[in-house]
Write a protein that binds this ligand. Structure first.
Ligand code: DAS
Length: 339
C-alpha cells in the first residue's frame, strides 16, 4: 500500500480556527496597498469562506476571540487565548488548533503558548505580511499551510509552530525581522521544515523543553508579573532604567549592546535594581548570538541573569513565566538555559 493511500484513508482532522485580527484580517483601499491598509477588519468566518480548498483537508470550526492588531496583545489577552486553547485541546473532537494573529507580536504569543500548553496536539499560529486584498497576498496560502500542518500527524509533539512563507518555525526561535517583506520570519538555526505541495516536511526538532515537558501550565496561571525591557544605545544615561524600576516591574530585560555590554553610566542603576529585589537580565539588542554569564559583566557578584540566546522581547515572555514560580536567581537562570 502506498503512503498516499494510507493518508487518504484517514478521517479528516477536526481543527478549531481562532481569529484574533492582524493583517491576515486586513483590507486595503486598492490591490497595490501591500503595506498601508486597515488591519483587523475581516471576520474569521469570512477569511475561511475565501479559502474553500481548506475544507478538503479538515473539518474546521471557527471562533473569533479578538479583533485587533497584535501590538495590542497584553498579558491578559495571552492568558485568555492560552486558556481557551487549552480547554479546546482537552476535547476528543479537536485534533489541532490554528490561530490567525497579527505578525508584529506573533513570535511572543506563539512562545507563550509553546511554554504553557499541556498537549501534544498541533497548535499553529499564522499571520500575513500583506492583506488578502493586496496583489500576491501571502494570507490565503499561509492559512492553508497552517491548516495543513495543524491537521498533520507529523506535527504532533513539536510544540507551538509558526507557519509563514512555506516555512514551519518553532515558536522558541522564530522572530519577525522585517517591516513589510513576505520573508519576514527567521529562526537563527533555520526553520524546522517546509510545506511543499500541501505536505509538511520536518527536518529538525526543537531541542529545548516545551508544552508537555514545560514546568508551566496555562491552567494554573491566572496572572503574570510585569517585566520591562530597556533598549541600550550609545550615550545612554540611567534615567530610563530608574523610571522603569519605579514602575513596579519585577524584572528588567536589559537589551544591551553587543554581547551584553553595560555602559559604566548604567551599571549602578542595575545594581540598585537587584538590591531593590528586581531581577536584571542581560540580553543583546543584536538579535543573534549568546550572552555569556560573567563575561562582559560579573553576574555572580551582582546576582544578575543572562538571556542565553533569546531575543529581548521573547526573554520577557520567559521571565514572566519563570517568575510565577520560585523567586530564586539560580532557578530563573536555569529557565534561560533549559527553554
Ligand atoms: N497589523 C500588524 C499586527 O497586527 C501587522 C501584521 O499583522 O502583519 O501585528
Amino acid at each position: 500500500m502506498t503512503r498516499d493511500i494510507v493518508m487518504a484513508a484517514r478521517p479528516k482532522a477536526r481543527i478549531v480556527l481562532i481569529g484574533t485580527g492582524g493583517t491576515i484580517a486586513g483590507h486595503g483601499a486598492s490591490s497595490i496597498n501591500t503595506s498601508a491598509y486597515d488591519c483587523s477588519v475581516l471576520r474569521i468566518d469570512d477569511i475561511l469562506a475565501d479559502l474553500p480548498v481548506a475544507a478538503s483537508i479538515a473539518d474546521i470550526r471557527t471562533e473569533q476571540l479578538f479583533q485587533f492588531g497584535s501590538e495590542n496583545f497584553g498579558n491578559a489577552q495571552l492568558l485568555q487565548l492560552g486558556k481557551r486553547i487549552s480547554s479546546l485541546l482537552k476535547r476528543d473532537n479537536v485534533d489541532g488548533i490554528v490561530v490567525t494573529h497579527g505578525t508584529d507580536t506573533i513570535d511572543e504569543t506563539a512562545y507563550f503558548l509553546h511554554l504553557t500548553l499541556k498537549s501534544t496536539k498541533p497548535v499553529v499560529v499564522v499571520g500575513a505580511m500583506r492583506p488578502p486584498s493586496a496583489l500576491s497576498s501571502d494570507g490565503p496560502l499561509n492559512l492553508y499551510h497552517a491548516i495543513v500542518v495543524a491537521a498533520s500527524q507529523v506535527a504532533h509533539s513539536k510544540g507551538t509552530l509558526v507557519v509563514a512563507n512555506d516555512e514551519i518555525h518553532t515558536a522558541r526561535d522564530v522572530v519577525k525581522t522585517n517591516t513589510f517583506k513576505q520573508d519576514a520570519f527567521r529562526s537563527p538555526y533555520g526553520p524546522l521544515g517546509f510545506i511543499v505541495e500541501g505536505k509538511p516536511i520536518f527536518y529538525r526538532l526543537p531541542a529545548r523543553r516545551h508544552t508537555t515537558e514545560s514546568e508551566w501550565s496555562i491552567d494554573e496561571i491566572d496572572e503574570v508579573p510585569e517585566v520591562g525591557i530597556i533598549y541600550a544605545h550609545g550615550g545612554m544615561n540611567d534615567a530610563m532604567v530608574r523610571a522603569m524600576l519605579d514602575s513596579g516591574v519585577k524584572a528588567v530585560i536589559y537589551a544591551a549592546t553587543g554581547n551584553g555590554n553595560v555602559a559604566t553610566s548604567i551599571v549602578d542603576s542595575l545594581v540598585d535594581a537587584r538590591l531593590r529585589g528586581i531581577h536584571v537580565v542581560r540580553g543583546s539588542r543584536t538579535g543573534g548570538g549568546v550572552v555569556i554569564r560573567n563575561a562582559a559583566q560579573p553576574d555572580d557578584r551582582y546576582d544578575w541573569l543572562v538571556t542565553d540566546d533569546q531575543v529581548p522581547h521573547k526573554a520577557r515572555i520567559l521571565m514572566m513565566l519563570a517568575l510565577t514560580g520560585e523567586n530564586c536567581a539560580r532557578k530563573l537562570q536555569n529557565a534561560f538555559l533549559n527553554y
